[in-house]
Design a protein around this ligand. Structure first.
Ligand SMILES: NC(=O)c1ccc[n+]([C@@H]2O[C@H](COP(=O)([O-])OP(=O)(O)OC[C@H]3O[C@@H](n4cnc5c(N)ncnc54)[C@H](OP(=O)(O)O)[C@@H]3O)[C@@H](O)[C@H]2O)c1
Length: 263
């Protein structure tokens, strides 16, 4: 039975390691002895986290990159695996959403969600997974969301990108299993992070918000044991289960009414 102690001494690449769940995932992996490569756009944040983890004895590198740029995954690869750091653990965490009416939102705002949440995930995974297959060892964590279990009006593109992430992880998990590579879709509900500020989506925050540390702890444990999907919150898990038995149109109509922008 695989355990989190298997991460000891392995290189883990965490995208979106400058805030929220990414920071918590990096801390959790470092706590299990992993060596960390942290990437995001905000260099100062990465440096602060790197200093914190280094002080605790972890080996850490940072790579500043904008995943909205189609060339970024290759740059990250060149600075890591390409420079002799074998990445055994890939954490596709970076992501963003944007709340608002689709018809009024700038198209670039919609497309950046597709690029960061989907295209960069595919590009990075395609770069690192062949080495994992070769070594017959590796772990890939993909951040999906409970927003992947039903359409979400006014977070329309975001929810669609998260369906992509969940199905991408589940399909790849099946393909990669026979090569000893484990893939997990982590589907948090409302979690403490900068997400709702960036997305200007306070309407979706809900009264009870889960600490990012708890999401990270449960997500990393699931990844270690090769669990293909985890909803790290009992209530969200129950809701995602029950939703299967309701007409999707009804739920979508309800969400549209509840989340419709007032101005
Ligand atoms: N919070 C929630 O309730 C929740 C629920 C379900 C799923 N999720 C998922 O969890 C993941 C992490 O989100 P979070 O909640 O921790 O949000 P967050 O606090 O806003 O963090 C997002 C991270 O993604 C990075 N990022 C965003 N755009 C980027 C870009 N163009 N290039 C590189 N990095 C970029 C940010 O770094 P820089 O800005 O420094 O580049 C930041 O480190 C996302 O995939 C999100 O969809 C969150």
């Amino acid at each position: 039975m695989a355990k989190v102690s298997d991460f000891n001494g392995k290189w883990a690449l965490v995208t979106g390691a400058s805030a929220g769940i990414g920071v918590a995932l990096a801390r959790e992996l470092a706590g299990h002895g992993a060596r960390l490569i942290l990437t995001a756009r905000r260099k100062d944040r990465l440096e602060t986290l790197a200093a914190e983890l280094t002080a605790k004895g972890a080996e850490v590198r940072i790579v500043v990159a904008d995943l909205n740029d189609v060339a970024a995954p290759q740059q990250i690869y060149d600075a890591t695996a390409g420079a002799g750091f074998p990445v055994d653990i890939l954490v596709n965490n970076a992501g963003l959403g944007q709340y608002g009416g689709f018809a009024e939102s700038p198209v670039e705002q919609e497309l950046s969600q597709v690029r960061v949440n989907c295209e960069a995930v595919v590009r990075l995974t395609r770069l690192f997974v062949p080495h994992m297959v070769e070594r017959r060892r590796g772990w890939v964590l993909v951040l999906a969301s409970t927003a992947s279990f039903q359409p979400v009006p006014y977070l329309t593109t975001y929810a669609a990108t998260k369906v992509f992430d969940r199905f991408f992880a589940l399909g790849l998990a099946e393909e990669a299993a026979r090569f000893g590579v484990k893939v997990t879709a982590l589907c948090p509900g409302s979690t403490e992070s900068e997400f709702f500020d960036v997305a200007r989506a306070g309407a979706f925050k809900g009264p009870k918000i889960q600490p990012a540390e708890e999401v990270a702890r449960l997500g990393i444990a699931a990844l270690a044991r090769g669990q293909r999907l985890i909803i790290p919150n009992l209530k969200s898990g129950l809701r995602a289960f029950l939703i299967r038995f309701l007409p999707v149109g009804l739920i979508t109509r309800y969400v549209e009414k509840a989340a419709r922008p007032t101005d």
